[in-house]
Design a protein around this ligand. Structure first.
Ligand code: NAD
Length: 473
């Protein structure tokens, strides 16, 4: 195949389409058919993107803040105006149902609109007689944004918005499994931003390590697995890059004995299975008090039975396929391991017929704490339900984990739930819900779920460095 035969979104470097030296196939996970090709950018193209971002940086940081705010609003508008096209592309490459793809694009548009209005704090302190110390937050330079495949557009926007608002320029890399929507977004934004301010490159997994080791990149904002996060951290040492790492999780949901089972069944189901379980903050272990365990298990199985899994382009589908072959194999291995260990399934647990990476919603009935399906982040539609006797024991089991991303507590007594929530060693805890995040509040991973934060003032400031100027009073 020659490059000219391959129509598809191109990489954006210095405000222009970059010629592709090679291509990667992009599959629809519902059919396993190749639906497009993305440029396999070379190390030289990464250098070009970094150089373009570096050239654009002085003028962009000097651009009045109000104009940068306007630029973010233009990005929000572009997402809204192109929602239909982006939604179809996102479903085709990611697998999620059209309604969820539209919700992701809509959330991304709203999010960056909120970030556009976010204040960048400045503080003044009395330094010493005759002087004031003015501390402001200045941009770092060139940011590298590395994004996973579960929410390709929203998670890219989490990087584009704060990086550009604070005056940085950006080189953005989507996952090789889901590059098309992000590349298309890069194309749509070309006329809306000065050249070099936002560069979008795609490539195989070799490209990420080149970014985290690149001496011309000042910060990496990375979202992905903990294993990759460790590698990013090691290689970023080369020029002491600033790092924000949003990594994996194995979130516990704790259902207290007074929970209203009918009221929580559906939200608890979606807490675990939204996006087919492929959410960093999905409930991945559910601890249910023994007094209501059977009721909760039956209620969750009933909800599962009325949520059809299928091609995301089919309006009847509430859940799509697992996103890629590698993840599909991982989830199937967990199923096989669970079966081989003799644990029982309340629903699902079998292999689905191909083509497509389909796994039926699977609930595992009270496996032992040390089972792989409890200890490992499944990142797919397989969920263990676990019985506990007293709340201290549930909290201890929830916290006995290398991750510390999120968690949730389910109860009719909000004050009691809040007390339990405060004991979880995680960056976010929800009561009677899960997964909802806002641009107004910090989202951080404790333990090996991350470093730093995204969103909120804390997240915004991660794209800056403090500068204190001592001014004669
Ligand atoms: P991944 O770590 O395999 O890949 C993430 C990104 O890193 C991709 O763009 C990939 O190409 C790139 N990459 C791969 N190897 C690299 C390296 N050595 N150096 C630099 N970049 C590299 O993760 P994934 O499978 O795409 O995503 C699933 C994981 O992401 C799950 O563990 C999930 O919990 C986590 N996640 C976390 C959050 C969060 O905010 N905490 C959000 C979504 C997903």
């Amino acid at each position: 195949m020659t490059t000219t035969e391959l129509a598809g979104p191109s990489a954006t470097i210095d405000g222009m389409a970059a010629a592709a030296a090679g291509w990667i196939d992009v599959l629809n996970p519902a059919t396993e058919a190749v639906i497009g090709h993305a440029p396999d950018c070379t190390a030289a193209q990464l250098d070009q993107a970094v150089a373009a971002a570096r050239r654009a940086f002085p003028a962009w940081r000097a651009t009045p803040l109000d104009e940068r705010r306007e630029a973010l609003r233009r990005i929000a508008a572009a997402l809204g105006e192109n929602l239909e096209e982006l939604k179809r592309l996102l479903t085709a490459e990611q697998g999620k149902p059209h309604a969820d793809a539209a919700a992701e694009i809509g959330a991304a548009a709203w999010w960056i609109g909120v970030v556009a209005d976010q204040p960048i704090p400045e503080s003044i302190s009395d330094a010493m007689p005759g002087q004031r110390a003015v501390t402001r937050h200045v941009p770092l330079g060139v940011v590298g944004g590395i994004v996973p495949w579960n929410f390709p557009v929203l998670l890219a926007i989490w990087k584009i918005g704060p990086a550009l608002l604070t005056g940085n320029t950006l080189v953005l890399k989507p996952s090789p499994y889901t590059p098309l929507t992000t590349l298309r977004l890069g194309e749509l934004l070309r006329p809306l931003l000065p050249p070099g301010v936002l560069n979008v490159i795609s490539g195989c997994d070799a490209l990420g390590p080149l970014m985290s080791a690149h001496p011309g990149i000042d910060k990496i904002s990375f979202t992905g697995s903990t294993a990759t996060g460790r590698k990013v951290m090691a290689s970023a040492a080369v020029n002491l890059k600033r790092l924000t790492l949003e990594l994996g999780g194995n979130d516990a949901a704790i259902v207290l004995p007074d929970a209203d089972v009918d009221a929580i069944a559906e939200p608890l189901f979606w807490a675990a299975f939204a996006n087919n379980g492929q959410v960093c903050v999905a409930a991945k272990r559910v601890y249910v008090h023994e007094a209501i365990y059977d009721q909760v298990a039956a209620a969750l199985a009933a909800v599962a039975s009325r949520m059809p899994t299928g091609d995301g382009a089919d309006p009847a589908s509430r859940l799509g396929p697992v996103q890629n072959r590698q993840q599909f194999e991982r989830v199937r291995q967990l199923l096989a391991d669970t079966r081989a260990a003799g644990h029982t399934f309340l629903t699902g647990g079998h292999e689905a017929e191909g083509p497509g990476y389909f796994v039926p919603v699977t609930l595992v009935d009270n496996p032992p704490e040390e089972a792989r399906v409890v200890q490992e982040e499944a990142f797919g539609p397989i969920l263990p339900l676990l019985k506990y006797r007293d709340v201290d024991e549930a909290v201890a089991r929830a916290n006995a984990c290398e991750y510390g991303l999120g968690g949730s507590v389910w109860s009719s007594d909000i004050a009691a739930a809040a007390e339990v929530a405060a004991r979880l060693e995680t960056g976010t805890v929800w009561i009677n819900s899960a997964q909802g995040l806002t641009p107004f509040a910090a989202f951080a991973g404790h333990k090996q779920s991350g470093l730093g934060a995204e969103n909120g003032t804390e997240g915004l400031l991660e794209f800056t460095v403090p500068q204190t100027i001592y001014v004669p009073a």
